[in-house]
Ligand binder design. Structure first.
Ligand SMILES: O=C1O[C@H](COP(=O)(O)O)[C@@H](O)[C@H](O)[C@H]1O
Length: 256
């Protein structure tokens, strides 16, 4: 699996490079199939992404974007814990992506996580296999992920049975170690069928886990289990996050 690790002095530099990277991913996708499918995480990602995107909004073909969530908390869409609310406030509200191309958790099902996951999988199927094509797993143009200090990504937590899901596109859990407990999440087969996955990881509290994940000797760390079979994994780090990594692990951003 090809992997590229970039480390930038500050979060602002991460935002600027991420913007160029997303623009390139958008252009490559539009050259292939006239739409850009992207999945977003919550946590710190939307703010880091928005800072770059909103500065150069006109470069993007927003009408072609189809935005999904890599994971979502089972809460109302306007709840402070909602990943959609974070992304909406950070940048979706400020760009002209057609509302029907932003795929949210069904707000009527937030009290029933399993049904919410099933419904979200159905939304994905309609977007990726609209004519009932035999699509085993969707192929996202780009999935943007975060990583928690415990090595979780999406809502896939170390030691949780969901890390072993091999069939479903979207799963639910009601025992997330990080609140809120009820969530839905894309599964590893979906992450690992993506054309490109980029982790955006900033802050000194991620240093130790980054060493463990990027070293690739330890099994069972969800962030380290993202290995797209025909895709590429990128890491966008700031210096505080990258501080304990060996220099040899870090690639030159000029390659972007
Ligand atoms: O709970 C979650 O946490 C992860 C990591 O968040 P971060 O704030 O440490 O970047 C996030 O990627 C995920 O979407 C979210 O639900």
């Amino acid at each position: 699996m090809p992997r590229t690790v970039y480390a930038f002095p500050t979060v602002n530099d991460v935002s600027a490079s991420l913007r160029d990277f997303v623009l390139r991913a958008q252009d490559e996708a539009l050259a292939k199939h006239d739409r850009f499918t992207i999945a977003l995480s919550g946590g710190s990602l939307p703010a880091t992404l928005a800072r770059g995107l909103l500065e150069h909004q006109t470069a993007f073909q927003w009408s072609k974007w189809h935005v999904f969530y890599a994971d979502e908390r089972c809460v109302p869409l306007n709840d402070a814990e909602s990943n959609h609310r974070l992304a909406h406030e950070a940048f979706l509200a400020h760009v002209p992506i057609p509302a029907e191309q932003v795929y949210t958790i069904n707000p009527d099902l937030v009290g029933q996580p399993e049904a919410a996951a099933e419904d979200y999988q159905h939304q994905l199927m309609q977007a990726f296999a609209p004519t009932g094509d035999d699509v085993r797993f969707p192929v996202f143009d780009l999935i943007l992920l975060g990583m928690g200090p415990d090595g979780h990504t999406c809502s896939l937590f170390p030691g949780h049975p969901l890390v072993n899901e091999r069939t479903l596109w979207v799963s639910s859990l009601t025992d997330s170690p990080k609140p809120p407990p009820s969530r839905i999440t894309l599964t590893f087969p979906v992450l690992n069928h993506a054309h490109a996955v980029a982790f955006v990881t900033t802050g000194a509290n991620k240093q130790d886990m980054l060493v463990r994940v990027l070293d690739q000797t330890e099994e069972g760390l969800p962030a380290g289990m993202v290995n797209p079979t025909a895709g590429h994994v990128y890491w966008f780090l700031d210096e505080p996050a990258a501080a304990k990594l060996q220099d040899s692990l870090i690639d030159r951003p000029a390659a972007l």
